[in-house]
Structure formats: C-alpha cells, structure tokens
Design a protein around this ligand. Sequence first.
Ligand SMILES: Cc1cc2nc3c(=O)[nH]c(=O)nc-3n(C[C@H](O)[C@H](O)[C@H](O)COP(=O)(O)O)c2cc1C
Ligand SMILES: O=C(O)C(=O)c1ccccc1
Length: 386
Amino acid sequence: MTNTTDGDLLLKNITAQAPFPICFADLEKTVAEKIAAGPFGYIRSGAGGEQTLHNNRAAFKKYSIVPRFLNDVSNVDTSIHLFGKTYPTPLLFAPVGMNGMVHDEGELAVVRAAQHLNIPYIQSTVSTYALEEVAEAAPTATKWFQLYWSTNEAIAYSMAARAEAAGFEAIVLTIDTVMLGWREEDVRNQFSPLKLGYAKGNYMNDPVFTASLPDDSFESYVQGVLQNVFHPTLNWEHVRELKRRTNLPILLKGILHAEDARLAIDNGIDGIIVSNHGGRQLDGVIGSLDALPAIVETVNGQIPIILDSGVYRGMDALKALALGADAVAIGRPFVYGLALNGQQGVEKVMTNLYDELKVSIALAGVTSVKGLRNITLVKIDGTEDK
Ligand SMILES: Cc1cc2nc3c(=O)[nH]c(=O)nc-3n(C[C@H](O)[C@H](O)[C@H](O)COP(=O)(O)O)c2cc1C
Ligand SMILES: O=C(O)C(=O)c1ccccc1
C-alpha cells in the first residue's frame, strides 16, 4: 500500500542532483552516447523494417483513459498475487540475455536490484553469468528461469533441473525464438554478442553441454552454443515432455494468438507471456497490446497473463493491466539503466516506472490494480508514434 499523501512522487526527482534520464527516449539517447554502436544497436533495434517495434508503441497510443475523480485516492494498493506469492508491484524483469555486454556485473546487478525491489526476476538461458551465480547473488529474490530449448534436448532438461535445484520458482519457455529474427542493424554493425561469448554463463556450467564439446577452446564453446540455441524443431510434444520432467510451473513466452493460449491451457501450462519479443523476432507482427484483448477473453482468468513489448512508462503498464494483464514485464528500459549505472541504474528505472504507475492509478480515480479493470478506456485508431 502506498500512501500518496507522503510527499509528491514526481517532485522527489527534482533535486539539486544531476538528473537521471526520466523517460525511455531520454534513456535511449543517453545510452546511445555512452556505449558502442554494436551493443547499442543490438539492444535497441527490432527485426526487419522495425514495423513490429513500431506497432508495440503505437498500440499503447491508441488507448485513452477517461478518468474518474472524487474517489479518495490517498492510498493506492499496487500489489499483485502470482503463483501463490504477493509482490508490491505488477512489474517483472523480462528475460534479457548477455547483460555482460553493457556492464561487468551483468545479470548479478539486475538480480540484486530485483531482490531489493521485490520484483520477480526472469533469468535468460543466454546469460553472461550462470544461473547458480545469479541465485547466489540474490538468494531471496523471486527468480524464474527462461529456457531456450536445445537441439540436444538433454541440455534443455539439464538446465531446467539446475534451475529447480538452485531455487528458481518457474520455467519460462520462450517459443518465438526458434531461430534469430532478421536483425539488419546487427548486420550493419557486424555485431553478434553470441559470437563474442557473452552467452557463456549457463552453457559453460552445464555438464551435459560441456561433455558434448570436442575440446574446451573458445571456438568450440561458441559453435556448441550456436548449434544448440536455435531449435526449429520445437513443438507441443516438447512442451508436454518438459512438463513431465519438472516440478516447477511452466509459462510460455511469446503467445500472440488466442488459439495458442487455449492450447497452452489444454496442455496444462501455468501462465503465459503475451509478447512479440520486443519486435526482435518476426517483423510485421501484431503489437503485443493489440493481441491482448482476444487472449484475455479466451483465457478467462484460468491462468495468469503477463504482457511485455513496449511497456516503457507507468501509463503503459496501467493500460495493459486495465485490458486484463495480471502483470507486465520490462525489457529494454532496465537494460539501459544497467548500462548507465549498474544495479542503481536498474533500480532507478524500475522505481520511476513504478512511481509513474502509482500516480497514474490514483489520477485515473482508482486505488488498486484490480480496480483498473473497471476504468474506461477508449480506443482511437491514431497513427502517431510519439
Ligand atoms: C537485448 C535483448 C535480449 C533479449 N534476450 C532475451 C532472451 O534471452 N530470452 C527471451 O525470452 N527474451 C529475450 N529478450 C526479449 C525480452 O524478454 C522481452 O520480450 C522484450 O525485451 C520486451 O520488449 P521491450 O524491450 O520493448 O520491453 C531480449 C530482449 C532484448 C532487448
Ligand atoms: O537477442 C534476443 O532477443 C534473444 O532473445 C536471443 C536469442 C538467442 C540467442 C541470443 C539472443
């Protein structure tokens, strides 16, 4: 519960100190000036002509709120319940690989921020640090493990088992990245963090993976990752087998079609992440917020729905929650925070998003996340992107 009479949430940011970038556009611009073009382009860009990257933002802009007043909004309850636990905010860290690209502490800095803020952290398969190192850095954080299937299935099962043993509380199987999207910026920059070894963490610590390598050279490791991380054979039978092999709840990340949401439920999946991978996979795909309403209708409250892709401010989170998401996951914004100032930068970005969300909930005239379901949103098919 946040008491909104306890000092103004905005004015806390207007102090004598040098300002930290306050919005996504400022963050992106500051990071562009700080880090090399290769990693910056890798993080910023979308696939193809970036239509999906654009669609994600455009989807949020189509909705306008019709607020209500005179409701006493002095106390705002932003808490949510997910898989039996309560969290203070409806925000999550989306799985983002290879954090060592922008900061030496990589995922360790992010998971420490997650622990400090009590925001669930989803660790990527292709992380710079191993999942065991992440668990040790933040033993009390809620951690979920994002699994990329492996061509050698035994590696996928081994990673899932390691995650369970290290105290991760769910497996998030990403289904939209069976191969990389057509990312032209990376070709322009001739940049591949995979080839540079930033995805070492979980593979080099995996006994099944290392046993499959011909030798322990850097080249063999990179080849091994490339041979395994792309897995176009992935199908529903693998999902069922994974379910048999783990005791953890399984979420599918990358659902955009209501029919796939229905199949997820039919196959005993515990939650879904509505996502187009931040516009990084198939270009020309529906904005994730545009995909949400049909999925909410089909799922009908049976399993939690998390949304990501384009949630760049508190107001975006508000709209997704109002349209029926149970929580939202944040990708690029926290990566930019990490690039600028490590753990503190991540905390600042997430806190600003959270503070804007609190202000927005109160100014919309409601006092809880559930209350947002009742607010009036009108859809305007505008084409503006800013
Ligand atoms: C640099 C980068 C790396 C990513 N790596 C992964 C990953 O390893 N696994 C995964 O499931 N999604 C990955 N994603 C996608 C995010 O989980 C998330 O879906 C996306 O960033 C959400 O969009 P947003 O950046 O607009 O918030 C990555 C995204 C970025 C920007
Ligand atoms: O960059 C990404 O978005 C991503 O998810 C990924 C997938 C496989 C290997 C490396 C990164």
